[in-house]
Design a protein around this ligand. Structure first.
Ligand code: AMP
Ligand code: GLY
Length: 421
């Protein structure tokens, strides 16, 4: 099987590495890729957000399966264009991708499916902003209604900060979503979904804030670990039953069946799990910790999903151990990152590339905000964490920063899953 992976982040690097383990896979290409994927797969140039260009590339390269990494291409219909060429594609249609592309649509689907989520209000007129904010209590949660690469959200107890973020979004022509605050540990649950069939992967946890101790602004994600030692062993099954399956069924009922990876971001609150967001693709950086633990062949699972045969897929098998990833970000991230800095140590094992490119002189340099995602695995979370930070020590980028506390509270037994009252 020839597999084309579309994207250029550490998530795609992790997907390429997992596909390379599948004996059915005979060739892998990544487009447009980065310096890391170029070392382990064929690198092809493409504008990932251009449905016509991606479909033409998939045909030219004779892909048997196309895997779309990011939400941008899915929302604009890249999967539809690939399927229109008669090529199997892992990723939802543009209509189903609205579960991520429009938070208002997602809220509507969840309400119809009876799935718990934060109370919310959409504001598109600045004149209504103060009255709307007045209906919420701190901490305020202010979001961009559309796609914002994880950076459109401000959570703050400060009314003026909340108001200022909403005004910036509205000034830019973006409707604003105000939400009630959900308290409790966060969980990322990835599920393969084919219509009403839902198969969960291992639950993971992502670290959204830029700084240690959850300080600073939100980012695309600064680290992750899996599985969750503090969680109920039935957590994934419960979340599938109460959250993901009802949403998948509601999408089928609306005639926008989901095919691909549906990612539920949840808070485990004292009144039970509540959805923070749905994403229509693998999460980044959680993929970097979930896929190294998967023992079943990845291409077979993605193909079964994409061809409507997920119900026939044998149960997924997982390693007993754990994985931790720590993201190294460029100076300036999550603001404007400085690009072009030389990276040393990026060829080492466990270093997945995100914003990197190889210069003509052979040097690997920074080409994005999140530069590399360093992964460690081990028999337990403590070992995996130690390994991730040990590997990270060998990576050097001028001005870079990373969190030093990824998975630390979980290792120290400081996270407790609330018992729903
Ligand atoms: P999102 O882009 O919607 O995933 O939000 C990014 C991050 O902001 C989440 O991972 C949470 O840490 C935080 N967040 C978003 N919405 C809420 C909410 N309603 N209550 C608490 N935290 C939230
Ligand atoms: N880990 C957050 C995201 O992929 O959106």
């Amino acid at each position: 099987m020839r597999v084309l992976v579309v994207g250029s982040g550490a998530r795609e690097h992790a997907i390429v590495l997992a596909l390379a383990q599948d004996p059915e896979v005979t060739a892998i290409a990544c487009a447009p890729g980065n310096a890391g994927t170029a070392a382990v797969s064929e690198q092809l140039g493409v504008a990932a957000n251009d449905p016509v260009a991606v479909a033409a590339l998939a045909r030219r390269w004779s892909a048997d399966l196309v895997v779309i990494g990011a939400e941008g291409p899915l929302v604009v219909g890249v999967a539809d264009a690939v399927r229109a060429e008669g090529i199997t594609c892992f990723g939802p249609s543009s209509s189903a991708a609205r579960i991520e592309g429009s938070k208002t649509f997602a809220k509507d689907v969840m309400a119809a499916a009876g799935v718990r989520t934060a109370a919310s209000e959409t504001v598109d007129n600045p004149a209504r902003l103060d009255a709307a904010l007045g209906r919420f209590e701190p901490p305020y949660v202010v979001k961009d209604d559309g796609l914002a690469a994880g950076k459109g959200v401000v959570v703050t107890t400060d009314y003026d900060v909340a108001r200022a973020h909403a005004c910036t979004l509205l000034d830019g022509g973006h409707p604003v979503l105000l939400e009630s605050y959900l308290d409790g540990p966060e969980v990322s649950l990835f599920c393969l979904v084919d219509g009403e069939t839902v198969v969960p992967l291992l639950p993971a946890q992502d670290f959204k804030r830029v700084g240690d101790g959850e300080s600073g602004p939100n980012t695309g994600g600064m680290g992750a670990y899996a599985p969750l030692p503090w969680a109920d062993p039935d957590l994934a099954e419960t979340l599938v039953r109460d959250v993901v399956a009802p949403v998948a069924a509601e999408l089928v009922r609306r005639d926008v069946p989901f095919s691909g990876l549906l990612y539920a971001g949840l808070a485990l609150t004292s009144s039970g799990p509540a959805v923070i967001e749905f994403n229509c693709r693998f999460g980044d950086p959680e993929t970097q910790v979930v896929l190294p633990l998967l023992r079943s062949p990845l291409a077979a699972a993605l193909c079964a999903t994409a061809t409507g045969k997920l119900a026939d897929l044998p149960s997924l098998q997982w390693s007993d151990g754990a994985a931790v990833t720590v993201v190294v970000a460029a100076e300036g991230y999550p603001g404007t990152p400085r690009l072009g800095d030389v990276i040393t140590g990026s060829e080492a094992e466990g270093v997945l590339h995100a914003g990197t490119r190889r210069r003509d002189d052979g040097a690997v340099v920074t080409a994005g905000g999140r530069v590399v995602s360093v992964v460690g695995t081990g028999a337990d979370l403590d070992e995996a964490r130690t390994e991730a930070y040990r590997r990270l020590d060998a990576v050097h980028i001028a001005g870079s920063h990373h969190r030093t506390d990824i998975a630390l509270r979980a290792v120290n037994g400081e996270i407790a899953a609330p018992t729903p009252s």
